[in-house]
Design a protein around this ligand. Structure first.
Ligand code: PLP
Length: 129
């Protein structure tokens, strides 16, 4: 089984354990590396751009993802993991349009999409006990 690689977003935080550090791109991994092989990253669009520039940025960032998948081979990539709002990187919102597009791209390429809602899910995913 060759589907072992993970794609994450520049600025994502997914935890401090070994595997999750491999898909964390906030500088922490540099202190603890080298981490697991096959950790790929792409740049998210900049949500603070105006509407027209944001649309172009989303298009470019989707192309970056498509190019990466094609270069690495979709058969080698298990999943893409994202934070829908990046917490540790300073509450950076990932635009909905981009999330919808990467959902399509990952589905077309048989790659799982994991949305890490450890921070954004608070109050929506059940009671806090
Ligand atoms: C977005 C996000 N993902 C993952 C984690 C790590 O969660 P855990 O400590 O349960 O592994 C955190 C922890 O703060 C987080 O903020």
């Amino acid at each position: 089984m060759n589907k072992k690689k993970f794609i994450s977003l520049e600025g994502d935080f997914h935890g401090n354990s070994y595997g999750s550090l491999s898909v964390t791109n906030v500088g922490l991994h540099e202190l603890f590396g080298p981490v697991l092989d096959g950790s790929l990253k792409v740049t998210p669009p900049n949500a603070s751009l105006d509407k027209e520039n944001l649309e172009k940025d989303i298009e470019n960032k989707c192309k970056e993802l498509i190019d990466l998948i094609s270069c690495e081979g979709s058969e080698t990539i298990a999943a893409m993991i994202i934070e829908s709002i990046q917490g540790v990187s300073g509450v950076r919102i990932i635009p909905n349009e981009y999330i919808q597009k990467i959902r399509e791209i990952t589905r077309q390429n048989d790659i799982l999409l994991i949305v890490d809602e450890v921070t954004t899910g608070i109050g929506r995913l059940g009671d806090i006990e």
